[in-house]
Design a binder for this molecule. Sequence first.
Ligand code: FES
Length: 102
Amino acid sequence: MAKVLVGKASEIGEGKMTHVTAGGKEILVANIGGNYYATGNICNHAGAELHEGELNGKELTCPWHGAKWDVTTGSMIWFPQKLKDLGKYKVTVENGTVYVEV
Ligand code: FES
């Protein structure tokens, strides 16, 4: 496991998302109600970058065809076909800095 810097917690406000590339993976980090969550940033339908989608509470809507994902778990909430989960990564906050473990 490598700990990868995401950014300053103060720059990822509530309801905001950011993304990093780490260990060859595209990762999305979201702040939901003051807690940080990390999941895959590439939609398992056709490859959209999910940080360009819309975040509503913990529900993230893909910008291309509207698949809905739970950013706290990486699980699919809605789509006409079953899509693989996005995965989930551990996030830590130390001295106001957000890290993700990859
Ligand atoms: S690429 Fe995300 S729903 Fe199609």
